[in-house]
Design a binder for this molecule. Sequence first.
Ligand SMILES: [Zn+2]
Length: 265
Amino acid sequence: MRKVITLADAMLFDFLISMETQLIWYGHAAFKIKTAADKILLIDPWVTNPAFARGKDELTSLDRVDLIFLTHGHSDHVGNAVEIGKRTGALLVSNFDLSAAMISVLGYPEAHTSNATTGHLGGELSLLDGEVTVRFVPAWHGSSIQKDGKSPPVYAGNPTGLIIALRGGPTIYHTGDTDLFSDMALVKRFHKIDIMLVCIGDHYTMGPDRAAEAVKLVAPRTVIPMHYGTFPVLTGTPEAFERELKKRKVKARLGVMKPGETLAP
Ligand SMILES: [Zn+2]
């Protein structure tokens, strides 16, 4: 007899598959993703940021990393990428200009970058034999790289947001650092976003009200606020963000994480 797959079966199946994906917030804009096939991905890996007390230990214990994604070149996003890349051989995934500046200014190992992992706005790359795809989308911000605090900034291209789709797992949109812009509505037209990682801190990016408006445009299943509370000037709070989401009747589930916490979406 042919087994009929019910909606409940399908939902349970979805749930079991996505259970295997883990998303860990390191604080600020830094995330670690463990895929269903046990690949390790990092986004904007400032692991030793001041909001993450276990940052130094975590950095030492990162011995296996497959891909490092960067949204732009500022030091609070590049973070510990070079050290991790040198130690683990992780491939750098970023736009062309940022990749070039990472190599020439900060010494990211050139052997761990390639055309296959370097793209640009609008492009979609298939990575790790199709296990992961990434699309580079716009972000309204700046992007430059400095060797250290006293060195002049070097051009690092346009900043980006990243839409990372995992085979057998969720599609994740990391906004990067950005203001609200109306073209965020285009994300929804091309991708069904399961998890949106959205900056809410204000001062250098949009704050809670404009971030809530961005979530409304993208319509994700779950939204996780980031890029707040790391420094005193980043004044946006999850509480204010929640109020702004409610005001706009946004349906997305709000997932507020603590630095070091794991979400199995
Ligand atoms: Zn930033």
